[in-house]
Design a binder for this molecule. Structure first.
Ligand SMILES: CC(=O)[C@@H](O)[C@H](O)COP(=O)(O)O
Ligand SMILES: NCC(=O)COP(=O)(O)O
Length: 253
C-alpha cells in the first residue's frame, strides 16, 4: 500500500515526571503538560509506567485518563501487576514493552517470537478488556510475524538503533537502519498490522521515518521535553508536527 495515510503524533510525557520526581514535589505536573500538548496539535498522549516508577506513577495514569481528551497510550511491561492497573485505567491503547530495571532506557524490542505462549494470552486479556494492544518490536521480520500471530492489531517499531546510528558520522549506518524500518513497516502493513514507530526521534532524524507511508503514528518524548527547555513545549510539539507533515505530504525522501 502506498496511499498517504495521515500520520499522528503521540507525545510521551514521561520525562516531565522525571523532572518532577527530582525534587519530590508536584511540579512540573505531567498531566498539565499533557493538556498543553493537547492544545498544541498532538494526536495522543503516551506514558510509560515503569515497574520502578522512576517517572510516571500510578496516580498520573489515572489522572491522565480522567483529565485529558486525547487518546491515552499506556506503555508497560507484561506483568500481572501492570495488566491489573491498565484494565482499571482503561486507556485507549496499551503498548507492551520489554523492561529491565538496570537499563537507562528501553534497550530493545519485545521478543514476541520467543515468548509467544506468554504474550498471546496477555494480548487477549487486553483485547477482552476493550484495550487496543500494541507490541514494541525491533524491525525484524520474525518479530513482526510473531506479533501478528499473537493477535496484536498494532506494532510499534523500536527506532532506537536508527537513533544511535544517526549519532555516528558514517551515513551508511543510519541508512541501513532506516531500510530495516522501511522493510518492517511494509511487511507489517501487508499482513494487516497497524504500524507505529518511536524511540529517540528528534527534529533532525524524524523526517525519513515520517515519510514511510505505512507508519500512521510516531511516539516521541525525551527530545520534546528536552527541547521544551529552549523553545517551550507547545512550540516544540508544533514544530515536530510540522516536520512530520512536511515529510509525509511533501514527497521528501
Ligand atoms: C518504550 C519507550 O521507548 C519509551 O517509553 C521510553 O522507554 C520512555 O523513556 P525511558 O526509557 O527513558 O523510561
Ligand atoms: N515508544 C516510544 C516513546 O514513547 C518515546 O520514546 P522517546 O522519544 O522518549 O525516546
Amino acid at each position: 500500500m502506498t496511499d498517504k495515510k495521515p500520520l499522528r503524533l503521540g507525545v510521551n510525557i514521561d520525562h516531565v515526571a522525571t523532572i518532577r520526581n527530582a525534587r519530590g514535589g508536584p511540579h512540573p505536573d505531567p498531566v498539565r503538560a499533557a493538556l498543553l500538548v493537547e492544545g498544541s496539535g498532538a494526536d495522543g498522549i503516551t506514558a510509560h509506567l515503569r515497574e520502578d516508577r522512576r517517572h510516571i506513577r500510578d496516580d498520573d495514569m489515572r489522572r491522565l485518563k480522567e483529565e485529558i481528551g486525547l487518546p491515552l497510550n499506556f506503555e508497560m511491561a507484561s506483568t500481572a501487576e501492570m495488566l491489573q492497573l491498565c484494565t482499571q485505567v482503561q486507556p485507549h491503547a496499551c503498548c507492551i514493552v520489554p523492561e529491565n530495571r538496570n537499563e537507562r532506557t528501553t534497550e530493545g524490542g519485545l521478543d514476541v517470537a520467543g515468548q509467544h505462549n506468554f504474550i498471546a494470552p496477555f494480548v487477549r486479556e487486553l483485547t477482552d478488556a476493550g484495550i487496543r494492544a500494541s507490541l514494541f518490536v525491533d524491525p525484524e521480520p520474525e518479530q513482526i510475524h510473531a506479533a501478528k500471530s499473537a493477535g496484536a492489531p498494532v506494532i510499534e517499531i523500536h527506532t532506537g538503533a536508527y537513533y544511535e546510528a544517526t549519532l555516528k558520522t558514517e551515513p551508511a549506518l543510519y541508512k541501513a537502519e532506516l531500510e530495516k524500518i522501511r522493510d518492517a513497516a511494509e511487511l507489517a502493513d501487508s499482513i494487516g498490522l497497524e504500524v507505529h514507530a518511536g524511540h529517540g526521534l528528534t527534529f533532525l532524524n524524524v523526517q525519513p521515518v515520517a515519510a514511510i507511508p505505512q507508519i500512521v503514528e510516531l511516539n516521541i518524548g525525551h527530545f520534546l521535553v528536552g527541547e521544551a527547555v529552549f523553545m517551550g513545549l507547545a512550540e516544540a510539539v508544533k514544530e515536530m508536527k510540522r516536520l512530520m507533515q512536511d515529510a509525509r505530504t511533501g514527497g521528501l525522501y
